[in-house]
Design a protein around this ligand. Structure first.
Ligand code: ADP
Length: 395
């Protein structure tokens, strides 16, 4: 079956058409500047990439353009839309309602809408994508795959904040965690690569991209993760601050003459390694600047790695041990220096890095020595494939 995977943002839409039998990507692409002007980059496998400016007044127009390109005689990869057997939608927040992927019908969509206030920047955009596909492909079954679902197995001990309990009861204020599709995909793959039973393994997954989180997976279940009520908690990220003393919000608001949402904008968009270094959020730029002697860039990298290592240590405690530590996403898959720095803190767990094996990018590989007590690995994530698999499994 051919599955169209859609990841819809407020002004963008990423897509992949995946053949579920071969698990090959037939085409992928990106619509940008939806509602502004519109740009499409369409990459059909084995054919030339198409980049065009095209009016996209709304998401329905964007999906329509994607479908036209998928079926185009020149740059298309399918004969007609009838070949699309299902659509899988990435949805950021499923609240406590969705602990697994779900077939989308009107009732489910209404439940997702109720989660909007938990992810006001993301969920409404995801819903727009769902509605656009429904309008253009009314008879094709659709599945919602939630970033939060994998973490619904977290015990109360891990997901409750030290806040008045009524806030949890009345407003659902608790830790949810994100990147669940990636943590689930990578931790399963770790078990396969090590030839171990998923239900026996204690794995810590470090998803280190622009957004970054660590997850403790005990016997196939997420038992803790570093992102919380929103994706702002936890690690120091590209532009997000991660864990800070909440009292800083009021202090900075006073000093900088900002309101709460002004401060939160700074914490989300102007902090992290970007804010620390003043160089940017991309680790390639940071490493270059650090190599040229930029002290702030050096510290940004050190702070980032130290925070990741602290979480790994905490999760080893949470699971009373750890068998495997996996690195994934842009930084985790590509940056051997960052992996080595993080792992250098973890000698006490019995982690021994093999520098030669660690010198790799974007491949599945064990990077610890044969006598390392804990296996460290690089496992490239593939959220789109995970969504396609979930979609096929449900329909
Ligand atoms: P997201 O999906 O959250 O946008 P990604 O997983 O795509 O993030 O990761 C993006 C980040 O990965 C970039 O900001 C960059 O810092 C890092 N990255 C990508 N390629 C490399 C590389 N070759 N070396 C070091 N870092 C890289």
């Amino acid at each position: 079956m051919k599955v169209l995977v859609i990841n819809c943002g407020s002004s963008s839409l990423k897509y992949q058409l995946i053949d579920s039998e071969s698990e090959k990507v037939l085409a992928k692409g990106l619509c940008e500047r939806i509602g502004i002007d519109g740009r499409l980059t369409h990459k059909p496998t084995g054919k030339d990439t198409v980049s065009i400016e095209a009016a996209m007044p709304n998401h329905t127009a964007a999906v329509s353009l994607v479908l036209e390109h998928l079926t185009d005689p020149v740059c298309g990869v399918i004969g007609s839309l009838d070949e699309i057997g299902a659509v899988g939608h990435r949805i950021v927040h499923g609240g406590e309602k969705f602990a697994s992927s779900t077939l989308l019908n009107d009732e489910v969509v209404a439940e997702i809408e109720k989660c909007n206030e938990l992810a006001p920047l993301h969920n409404p955009a995801n819903l727009i994508g769902i509605n656009a596909c429904k309008e253009l492909m009314p008879n094709v079954p659709m599945v919602g795959v939630f970033d939060t679902a994998f973490h619904q197995t977290m015990p109360k001990t891990a997901y409750l904040y030290g806040l008045p309990y009524e806030y949890y009861e009345k407003y659902a204020v608790r830790r949810y965690g994100f990147h669940g599709t990636s943590h689930s995909f990578v931790s399963k793959r770790v078990a396969e690569l090590l030839g171990k039973d998923y239900s026996e393994l204690k794995t810590i997954v470090c998803h280190l991209g622009n957004g970054a989180s660590v997850c403790a997976v005990d016997k196939g279940k997420s038992v803790d993760t570093s992102m919380g009520f929103t994706p702002l908690e936890g690690l120091v990220m590209g532009t997000r601050c991660g864990d800070i003393d909440p009292a800083i919000v009021e202090f900075i608001a006073g000093k900088e003459n900002l309101d709460i949402s002004g401060v939160l904008k700074v914490l989300n968009k102007k902090s992290g390694v970007d804010g620390l270094s003043g160089v940017g959020s991309d680790f390639r730029d940071l490493s270059k600047a650090a190599g040229e002697g930029n002290e702030r860039a050096k510290y940004a990298i050190e702070v980032f790695c130290y925070r990741v290592a602290k979480y790994v240590g905490a999760y080893a405690a949470a699971m009373n041990g750890v068998d495997a530590i996996a690195f994934t996403a842009g930084i985790g898959e590509n940056d051997c220096t960052i992996r080595a720095k993080v792992l250098s803190y973890l000698g006490f767990l019995g982690v021994k890095v093999d520098d030669e094996k660690n010198d790799c990018r974007g491949v599945e590989r064990v990077i610890s020595t044969d006598d390392s007590k804990v296996t460290a690995l690089v496992v490239p994530t593939n959220e789109e494939l995970a969504i396609a698999r979930e979609t096929v499994a449900l329909i």
